[in-house]
Ligand binder design. Structure first.
Ligand code: COA
Length: 173
């Protein structure tokens, strides 16, 4: 296991990362998803000189019921299909949560349906209210994300109302 900023990934690791993520996610993992995982910390699981597991923590601005929060947003949680169900995601999330608890007001992520149990069992809470995004044209509801947005509260955070994220290309959550 290794934690490294995007700036300190080797050229080989930068090339391996999208390949491993597409092996885990399939074609649904696009260039926006890769971009969302860059610019923060990567938690890597490695074996035989290859990346076999990954999660990124990037900083985003969230509003919880109008309260601005510095969020550690978790992206691209994946373990290569040849290495799944061996506890790698569990170990990766241990480190992700250490980072979030030490550095942010709240953790947040968008859970794939098949992975929601992994987060719920670890104390992540499905956002009980609704979700939205702050676009250049104002706040817009994101109803498709209402059931799949999970948070890990660190500071005293109001767990109610609308959770609003900053704007970006691709999937906003
Ligand atoms: C979701 C994902 C990251 C999980 O990775 P993983 O390394 O297999 O996860 P873990 O091994 O830590 O735990 C997964 C399961 O294996 C079980 N497990 C852990 N160690 C085990 C072991 N030694 N033997 C058998 N089972 C084990 C865990 O209890 C857990 O059980 P569950 O299926 O009831 O949830 C992986 O399946 C993946 O990459 N999926 C595709 C991409 C994706 O959807 N990512 C999530 C985006 S939100």
């Amino acid at each position: 296991m290794r934690t490294v900023h995007t700036a300190d990934l080797s050229a080989g690791e930068r090339a391996q990362l999208p390949t491993m993520l597409r092996a885990a996610f399939g074609d649904r993992f696009d260039e926006h998803d890769l971009a969302h995982a860059l610019g923060g910390l990567h938690v890597l699981a490695e074996a035989g000189g290859r990346i076999i597991g990954h999660a990124a923590v990037v900083q985003r601005s969230l509003l919880a019921d109008g309260v601005p929060l510095r969020a550690g947003y978790v992206e691209a949680v994946a373990v290569h299909p040849d290495h799944q169900r061996l506890g790698y995601a569990t170990a990766i999330m241990d480190e992700v949560e250490r980072i979030i608890r030490a550095a942010y007001d709240i953790g947040a992520l968008s859970a794939a349906a098949a992975a929601a149990g992994l987060y719920a069992r670890r104390g992540w809470v499905r956002w009980p209210g609704t979700t939205a995004v702050l676009t250049p044209k104002g706040a817009r509801p994101t109803p498709r994300d209402d059931g799949s947005t999970y948070v890990l509260p660190v500071a005293a955070v109001p767990l109610e109302g609308v959770l609003t994220c900053d704007f970006r290309s691709g999937d906003v959550w």
